[in-house]
Ligand binder design. Structure first.
Ligand SMILES: [Fe+2]
Length: 297
């Protein structure tokens, strides 16, 4: 039972056309597009679906309005999928969809699903930095007017009620094999799935009486791509909800925008990577947001 990554995300949106335009501008590949819904994918073949909020086929969410309606996790193989189904069936409803995916709910009530991952490994360009005698970009200039092309979905962050947030996190650790990377008693938990190496694939941040989507993060190649992509988004009229910067916890470069489909989306690059040699850190007080940030950007 190894969960490898986020496989797909489904949003229910009150104004689907606005949500569709947002993800087009965000730089995802459009697979299908209609007036009431669309399907997008990352370069590593993770799916983002935008559907109408009143679509009866969508599972309800704990929060109202445009929001994330389901997060589906990608699993290594059929045996792993069956083990997850058997584990969750011990204490909750598990439904098998027509596509073989399993559907259930976590401790907070967020709809979660599981299916066999269909990863398309990234084979695109890597960052090119000229440094002293290293000159991977010899006789080539940095291209102007680049857009972001998200490689993969790295993490999803939810707000969960403060009361019971440890139990909400324990569910992912004890039942689904997630690892706890960092715990901030005054903020919440950063978890990574068993088959992942990112500092976090899942964030559970506590707030009084909150159960809602926080943000979804998309990895891009480098800081240039964050800035090109974010500048394009801003020029299209989408609103940043953070400055660009580099985080303390996770070390990632980032820039977040308000998503009309619910919560925010983040461009990120160069996040810390962990394996099972990493010792969980527990902070009484969160060490803060940024190593640095571009104020006024
Ligand atoms: Fe993030």
């Amino acid at each position: 039972m190894t969960i490898l990554r986020i496989e797909s995300l489904t949003y229910g949106v009150e104004e689907p056309e606005v949500g569709i335009r947002y993800f087009e501008d965000w730089g995802l590949e459009t697979v299908e597009r209609g007036s009431s819904g669309a399907v997008f994918r990352t370069q590593e073949n993770q799916v983002v679906q935008v559907r109408a909020a009143d679509d009866p086929a969508l599972p309800p969410a704990p929060d109202q309005g445009s929001t994330l309606r389901e997060a589906v996790w990608g699993v290594d193989d059929a045996a792993g999928l069956a083990r997850i189904g058997a584990e969750l069936a011990k204490d909750r409803d598990v439904r098998t969809g027509g596509d073989g995916a399993l559907h259930a709910r976590d401790e907070t009530g967020f709809a979660i699903g599981f299916r066999i991952a269909e990863r398309k490994p990234y084979a695109g360009p890597t960052p090119e930095l000229n440094l002293v005698d290293a000159m991977p970009r010899l006789n080539r200039r940095v291209a102007a007017d680049q857009r972001a092309a998200p490689i993969r979905i790295g993490h999803v962050v939810y707000s969960v009620p403060k009361e019971g947030w440890i139990e909400a996190s324990d569910f992912y650790v004890r039942r689904l094999g997630f690892r706890l990377t960092d715990r901030s008693m005054d903020l919440g938990d950063f978890l990574r799935c068993e088959g992942g190496r990112d500092h976090h694939n899942l964030g559970l941040f506590h707030a009084p009486n909150a159960a809602r989507i926080g943000h979804v993060a998309f990895e891009v190649k480098d800081f240039d791509e964050i800035m090109f992509g974010g500048t394009f988004m801003r020029n299209q009229g989408w609103k940043p909800v953070t400055h660009p910067g580099r985080r303390i916890v996770g070390s990632n470069l980032y820039w977040n925008f308000r998503n009309p489909c619910g919560g925010a989306t983040e461009y990120f690059a160069d996040m810390d990577r962990m394996d099972d040699n990493w010792q969980t850190r527990v902070w009484e007080k969160h060490p803060g947001g940024d190593l640095w940030a571009l104020e006024g950007a």
